[in-house]
Design a protein around this ligand. Structure first.
Ligand code: HPA
Length: 287
């Protein structure tokens, strides 16, 4: 992994952030209120964006490239419920071989542009006996102990401190708003703890038993590094998992990426409704 232990490396990384931010800025009329990152099977949520300007990652100077099936690689700028938003259709994962620095570069770019919020979505395996595939879960906290920290190496002091607090990585009030919007819409939104595993292999049943003992309720291969960097840079984060499958060993059935994509796509309507209500109700994060 790249871990910037030389000043020259970190300066090069800073310049990548600046170049990408300057380029994206040319397509913006105002600063987006939040960056929305779409998880596996959820790419079509980007269709909600009005007056969209689409930038392929390959056309953004300094951006990494997405390789995972179900992740397309487009940054979409536009409006959702009259909110100026930036949407990442396609995220970066450690299992693709990306360094954690590359993985979180888009978040740093948004912080550089002054974007105050981050909305994370993902596909996850459900470990709580109350969860069934197709359910949604609000992430209240995470377990990322075996995730390589995206903050390793020289600190980017202009974004945040060397030893950042992680007491509230996920914004409490924004989460509460999500729960009340879900109640109004009659959508089940569980609350829980997301555990990170790097993948690309799914977990073994023994690993799932361990994670359950630790108090985790859902498991997935993303999100945690993004949320850590958002917290470091003072962004507010809302994160919602789509439970696409029972985690390994819970039903004895093998897991498949196709099922993850299919169930993700089936929940599209529900997530669109929920996010639209949240975006309509939330206070302006730029104030
Ligand atoms: N494990 C890890 N990642 C996942 C899963 C899972 O069961 N489902 C969707 N992403």
């Amino acid at each position: 992994m790249e871990s910037f232990n030389r000043f020259s490396d970190i300066d090069q990384y800073r310049r990548r952030i600046e170049r990408a931010a300057a380029q994206i800025n040319r397509s913006l009329t105002t600063v987006p209120e939040f960056l929305l990152i779409l998880g596996s099977g959820l790419g079509s949520l980007a269709n909600q964006v009005e007056d969209a300007v689409v930038l392929a990652y390959s056309a953004i100077d300094g951006f990494p490239q997405a390789t995972s099936p179900g992740h397309e690689g487009e940054l979409i700028l536009g409006w959702w419920q009259d909110r100026q938003v930036a949407v990442m259709k396609g995220r970066f994962h450690v299992y693709e071989g990306h360094s954690t620095a590359d993985l979180v570069l888009p978040i740093r770019v948004m912080q550089k542009l002054g974007v105050p919020g981050l909305v994370l979505t993902n596909a996850a395996g459900g470990m709580d006996s109350a969860f069934t595939p197709g359910d949604l879960m609000l992430i209240r906290d995470h377990i990322g102990l075996w995730a390589d920290s995206p903050l390793k190496g020289l600190n980017l002091d202009e974004f945040g401190p060397r030893f950042p607090d992680q007491t509230t990585v996920y914004d409490r009030e924004w989460g509460d708003l999500a729960l009340s919007c879900a109640r109004e819409l009659g959508i089940t939104l569980h609350e829980g703890i997301y555990a990170y595993c790097s993948g690309p292999q799914y977990e073994t049943p023994a690993e799932i038993r361990l994670l359950r003992m630790l108090g985790a309720t859902a498991v997935g291969m993303s999100t945690v590094q993004e949320a850590i960097v958002a917290a470091h840079g003072g962004m507010r984060t809302l994160a919602i998992s789509c439970i696409t499958n029972f985690a390994a060993g819970i039903q004895g059935k093998p897991l498949s990426h196709q099922d993850v994509l299919t169930v993700g796509a089936q929940t599209e309507n529900k997530i669109v409704q929920l996010l639209s209500r949240i975006f309509a109700r939330m206070p302006d994060l730029r104030e």
